[in-house]
Design a protein around this ligand. Structure first.
Ligand SMILES: *[C@@H]1O[C@H](CO)[C@@H](O)[C@H](O)[C@H]1NC(C)=O
Ligand SMILES: *[C@@H]1O[C@H](CO)[C@@H](O)[C@H](O)[C@H]1NC(C)=O
Length: 202
């Protein structure tokens, strides 16, 4: 099994959960179904110690106009010099997940989640709940078992996937990753998956 494989399990917005809601669907109050901004930068923290991981920080750059999203993943006390894990997600469903040594290319049946996903038929409004000290609207869809959005600001507070709750530490509307090289999957994503260039050793 690839060492990168667990990474794909925690990356929105592409993960497909087998069952989405399981709770009674309510009618959302006016404004609760407002779309995401077309572009944002969010910093996420999640705790993977229960499944053998560490505390993990993920920088997400969501860029709907360009049909892509970027996840830059760093584990707690990882060397500042070490290159992070990177996941580039494209709207055609292709994901490149790579670090300095290897690359996994994964094809999902759907691409990047659209900003107006709350109004899609697959989304369910589940009411209000307090999480992380915020009064939240709660949603679910085929990606999020639970998605919590601050009633006061409309910012996401957290979401819940197979690897537990991912907490949103910061949410910057319009935040864009300008460095083009960050979006470029390395050559070894296209010729065997290993930076050593030999598929047999990947
Ligand atoms: C992370 O999870 C572990 C195991 O449940 C727990 O002991 C630890 O306190 C958690 N850390 C944080 C920062 O929540
Ligand atoms: C999806 O788009 C990306 C970026 O343009 C490209 O590298 C990839 O090959 C495409 N995947 C498919 C299956 O066409």
């Amino acid at each position: 099994m690839s060492p990168l494989l667990p990474l794909r399990l925690l990356l929105p917005p592409l993960l497909l959960l087998a069952s989405a809601s399981g709770s009674a669907e309510l009618t959302p109050p006016p404004g609760a179904d407002a779309p995401w901004p077309d572009q944002y930068h969010a910093v996420i923290i999640t705790n993977l110690t229960d499944i053998g991981g560490r505390l993990r920080q993920i920088d997400i750059y969501y860029d709907w106009p360009r049909g892509r999203a970027l996840n830059i993943v760093r584990d707690q006390l990882m060397s500042a010099a070490a290159p992070p894990l990177v996941n580039v997600q494209w709207s055609n469903g292709t994901n490149f997940i790579f670090d300095a040594a290897s690359c996994d290319t994964i094809q999902f049946p759907v691409g990047v989640l659209p900003p107006d996903w709350k109004t899609a038929s697959a989304a369910a409004y589940l009411g209000r709940r307090r999480l992380d000290g915020f009064d939240c609207h709660v949603w679910s869809n085929f990606i999020f078992a639970r998605y919590y959005e601050d009633v006061a600001t409309g910012y996401p507070v957290a979401w819940d996937g197979v690897n537990g709750v991912q907490h949103v530490l910061s949410f910057e509307v319009g935040g864009v990753m300008q460095d083009c090289s960050m979006w470029q999957a390395p050559a070894y994503c296209f010729d065997g998956g290993s930076s050593a260039g030999d598929p047999a050793s990947a």
